[in-house]
Write a protein that binds this ligand. Structure first.
Ligand SMILES: [Fe+2]
Length: 320
């Protein structure tokens, strides 16, 4: 097995080649899970995996979760979820494709999933199936930008809270699926701290461009100027992975990393497993995941996760 750093991500991001999934011990796979948590982005090339084997290995790291399918969901949401393949039987793996899949066609702008939900699911895995070559999945890692700032500016950022709202056309210009996209931010004007911790405790920015609209306590024009400055800084820490093989697997953090899609989507199919690090979280940090450093966000997070846990059990949060 060979490990190499992904360019531009300042030590975050790792390529893995020559990993034989047919001869992989549980221990080795779990240590790769820890590595993915620390590196935030992992690209495993030429996996030889099919969707069943993919499910088998991913569920060793953690349980699948989609917040919008939790609790009492509206019939139209249920229907849409079934259309894209989400079901208990499939382990809630969904198709990402033009036909009967999530996110339709064309490019997807920088975003994170469930970005305006205070209890966003922290990780995503995508396994290519076919038609992947000619498209890219891009990553923007915020931790090195945060680390590059002066201590005084960092402590200013630590106090800031962003206000999130669903806005049309902020992810996919072609083909906005409102049923799913509205669930990127289920409650209007959701407040989420700008600086949070990843599941393994890396500090970075939760600044998803798709739902973060302004800074709490700043005027609209001040907000725009301030957030544009952040965008300039963050633009240095991105990498677009142009898929080299149909069976590549990309696994990325969804707390302090944004992602996007470029290139051709005709005839493209990949499978998405969005997940909690259920079985790694305890091993690595010895405590349940808490992204926030301040109240009332810690309490709000706990309350929401306990609710979600009724449908998708989250490690350390008993359903209330
Ligand atoms: Fe996404």
């Amino acid at each position: 097995m060979r490990l190499n750093n992904i360019p531009n991500l300042e030590g975050f991001g790792v390529f893995i080649d020559d990993l034989d999934f047919n001869d992989l011990s549980r221990d080795k796979w779990m240590s790769l899970g820890r590595l993915q948590m620390e590196k935030l982005v992992m690209v495993i090339r030429n996996t030889g995996l099919n969707v069943n084997h993919f499910h088998h290995v991913m569920k060793m790291w953690g349980r699948c979760r989609q917040n919008y399918a939790a609790g009492d969901v509206e019939p139209e949401v249920k229907k849409e979820y079934a259309r894209i393949g989400g079901h208990e039987k499939t382990g809630h793996i969904v198709r990402v494709a033009e036909e009967n899949g999530l996110f339709g066609s064309g490019e997807l702008l920088w975003h994170s999933n469930e970005s305006g939900d205070i209890a966003f699911t922290p990780a995503v895995a995508l396994l290519g199936d076919h038609g992947m070559v000619g498209s890219a999945t891009g990553f923007m890692v915020t931790a090195p930008y945060y680390n590059s700032l002066s201590e005084s500016f960092r402590s200013e950022l630590d106090e800031m809270v962003l206000i999130h709202n669903f806005q049309e056309g902020m992810i996919n210009r072609n083909d906005e699926n409102n049923v799913v996209y509205k669930n990127m931010c289920p409650d209007p004007d959701t407040e989420i701290p700008l600086v949070i911790k990843s599941p393994v405790g890396i500090k970075g920015l939760h600044y998803p461009y798709n739902t973060a609209m302004c800074v709490k306590g700043m005027s609209q024009s001040e907000s725009v100027r301030f957030l544009n400055d952040l965008k300039w800084g963050l633009a240095n820490y991105t990498y677009d992975y142009w898929w080299e093989n149909d069976d590549d697997l990309v696994i990325f953090d969804n707390s302090i990393v944004q992602h996007r899609r470029l290139g051709n989507t005709k005839g493209r199919l990949c499978y998405r497993y969005q997940f909690d690090y259920t079985y790694l979280q305890y091993k690595v940090t010895k405590r349940p995941y808490m992204p926030y450093l301040q109240e009332p966000y810690m309490s709000r997070y706990r309350e929401r996760v306990k609710n979600i846990s009724k449908t998708f059990p989250v490690f350390g949060y008993q359903p209330s």
